[in-house]
Design a protein around this ligand. Structure first.
Ligand code: UD1
Length: 361
């Protein structure tokens, strides 16, 4: 079996690292080889290179180096590049993870070149069609052959979409494989020393959804709602390149907010683990906070990961300033709900995926 592993953007790197480790752990008698294809959707050192180093991901065998562009440009460039790769040297299965443009583009290309597709983190749905990721999820799932899921909700969504149950495998969460594998190596970023941060005496914030950060006034409104309630509590804010474009002068008046460059995986999760709570519009981070038992405010109206709310420490707050202020005040006062870890999020998901691929491909 020749496996293509596709990765393009930051969250992908966290999800593929343990799958590659599981493939490397197979005995040679299993006759399985793999090829790592980096599309180049994320290319900065802080968004890509440092993740490869810290997560022990080998150098990509192929880098399509597509870089930035509009949704259509990026998707088209990835499809053109990956089609060429498959035409020159095909594979037995294309494994895509998550919901970024790279995942959808390679899934479509593989199927059209006659290569079956396995989708890891299949079946999750926010119901929010304004998210590019929701379209990527639906398209990818509509053409995948095998579906590896993180929750019972994802299984239900796939069944509802007409997928036969024998193609759906509830295996758990590869992001949590990486979290558990890396936990012992988390380390403090330099901002901790610079500000003298003490455990549970600061918040962490991330924001990068187009709906929150592509409008300056919306971004300013959110930042004001948060900082006007959090008082003097420092908020560490690693800023995504997309958000930086609109941040500009909004920060001047907000003393407690500490914007920093995007931080590496091991530093980011150190920050999260030791924080009093997290404020985010990411989906993946809500899974990590759930497993680490850290309170989490989600600045969105919907989530494709309902288990982080129903079982975990996450609450969907939306972006209405009053609701955001109320949630921040509950977070800062330490009166947040506690949670549990969802089933199968046990650090062994990737091994289950690889064993299953050997059977089904
Ligand atoms: C992408 C994913 C999103 C994921 C996020 C994590 C899609 C549709 N979105 O969003 O699901 O949560 O990654 O980070 O695939 N840029 C840089 N350096 C880089 C990469 C990007 O400066 O290394 C800039 C680009 O020029 C662009 C902006 O960041 O202006 C957005 O990049 P893009 O890959 O289009 O989408 P993300 O917002 O990162």
């Amino acid at each position: 079996m020749k496996v293509d592993i596709i990765a393009g953007a930051r969250p992908n790197f966290v999800k593929i690292a343990p799958i590659i480790r599981a493939l490397n752990n197979l005995e040679t008698s299993r006759d399985v080889s793999y090829r790592l294809v980096h599309t180049g959707q994320h290319y900065d050192r802080e968004m890509s290179g440092i993740f490869f180093e810290q997560l022990e991901i080998p150098e990509p065998d192929i880098n399509l180096a597509v870089g930035s562009g509009s949704q259509a440009e990026q998707t088209a460039e990835i499809m053109k590049g990956y089609e060429k790769v498959l035409n020159e040297n095909s594979s037995s299965v294309c494994v895509v993870v998550g919901d970024v443009n790279s995942s959808m583009a390679c899934a479509i290309t593989a199927r059209k070149c006659g290569v079956p597709v396995a989708h890891v983190e299949a079946g999750i749905r926010s119901g929010d069609w304004a998210m590019p990721e929701e379209i990527n999820r639906v398209v990818t799932d509509s053409i995948s052959n095998w579906f590896y899921t993180t929750s019972k909700y994802a299984n239900e969504n796939l069944i509802h979409a007409g997928i036969e149950s024998d193609r759906i495998f509830f295996v758990g969460n590869t992001m949590i494989d990486t979290l558990k594998y890396s936990e012992g190596r988390f380390f403090a970023p330099k901002i901790c020393d610079e500000l003298g941060l003490q455990p549970k005496e600061y918040l962490v914030m991330t924001m990068h959804r187009p709906s929150n950060v592509d409008s300056c006034s919306k971004l300013q409104q959110l930042l004001t709602a948060i900082t006007s309630t959090s008082g003097k509590m420092p908020i560490i804010f690693p800023v995504h390149p997309r958000t930086l474009q609109n941040l500009g002068s909004s920060l001047d008046a907000l003393d407690s907010l500490h914007p920093v460059q995007p931080v590496s995986y091991l530093e980011f999760n150190y920050l999260v683990k030791n924080s009093l709570g997290v404020i985010t519009d990411s989906g993946g981070i809500t899974e990590e906070t759930t497993v680490m038992g850290v309170p989490c405010i989600t600045l969105r109206d919907s989530t494709e990961r309902p288990e982080t709310v129903e079982i975990g420490t996450n609450e969907l707050i939306g972006t209405d300033p009053e609701r955001v202020s109320d949630a921040v005040s509950r977070l800062v006062s330490g009166s947040w709900k506690t949670g549990d870890v969802p089933p199968m999020w046990d650090g062994k998901t990737s091994a289950r995926i690889v064993e299953s691929l050997i059977k089904v491909v």
